[in-house]
Design a protein around this ligand. Sequence first.
Ligand SMILES: Nc1ncnc2c1ncn2[C@@H]1O[C@H](COP(=O)(O)OP(=O)(O)O)[C@@H](O)[C@H]1O
Ligand SMILES: [Mg+2]
Length: 340
Amino acid sequence: MAEPILEVRDLVKHYPLTQGVLFKKQVGAVKAVDGVSFTLEKGETLGIVGESGCGKSTLAKVLMNLERATAGQVLYKGEDISRLSGAALKAVRRNIQMVFQDPYTSLNPRMTVGDIIGEPFEIHPEVAPKGDRRKAVQDLLDVVGLNPEYINRYPHQFSGGQRQRIGIARGLALKPEVIICDEPVSALDVSVQAQVINLLEQLQTEFELSYMFIAHDLSIVRHISDRVGVMYLGRIVEIGTDTEIYDHATHPYTQALLSAVPVPDPTGREGRERIILSGDIPSPANPPSGCRFRTRCWKAEERCATESPLLAAPKLLTGGAKHDSACHFAAEREVAGAAL
Ligand SMILES: Nc1ncnc2c1ncn2[C@@H]1O[C@H](COP(=O)(O)OP(=O)(O)O)[C@@H](O)[C@H]1O
Ligand SMILES: [Mg+2]
């Protein structure tokens, strides 16, 4: 198989917790991302899902090098980019761009749409020399389905969906290979979400883009993703193709998330019970020992408090599981065929 476009190895991001005003003393750490590994293949979409606070945005920021990794590696085409700075970092950044969650706050209200979309050209003038910029921005507006004549308007003159199109146009300006979309439709009306997702899919085909698509909601991710990774408290607990995750989930947390997704065709998934998780998500500053999900898991046994389950494909006699799950009981449940 060809080399992945991105490979993340044991990535860790801890934010120091400090006490005191004058003499700050570190008293602990928020383990926002705590040992995450995965690959992103060229042209694919990897969905990342998980509840608010599980570390999705931190993961995105570390991948983009907007935040420094505490440990681990981010390989772009085989080269570790997590420690780069200066010109080398600038060169890599061109290829990995981000679309942010909130199109209301991520666009500078004092800048025209043309200046917002063209801003990346200030840092990378080689992509569009000064004389060509207006035309380049107008082309980008056209590509995202906005009227090129809107170039002198301001963000407040656009709807939420249109603003997200502007954010996407800015993300495309430098002709990147990878786009990290951090909850790109979460702030939009449901009726507009599908349009923006369709646009992202069209652009992916047109420009051969690889996407990491972050969401807190499994139903949004299903449509766009080739593979899906489920995060809980700074770790990926299950990852696999969309069919594997949606139809053969083996991690109790994934099963709980799926049980909360409304089923459009009730005959297709008869008998799927709603699993209500007890308790709150523990603090990432003080995660449970062993399996992090055990404090809310109905399957938890003593072993789960002492042994941290590895994210791996269960070894099965039946050969049923084709994806990785970080649960001590994943294999057993698959063998028993006890789908929830
Ligand atoms: N700059 C920061 N300093 C300290 N803690 C942070 C910082 N950014 C995020 N966190 C914490 O890290 C955890 C993960 O946050 P985040 O990555 O934003 O989660 P998500 O995007 O999944 O909602 C949360 O507990 C959050 O409070
Ligand atoms: Mg977030």
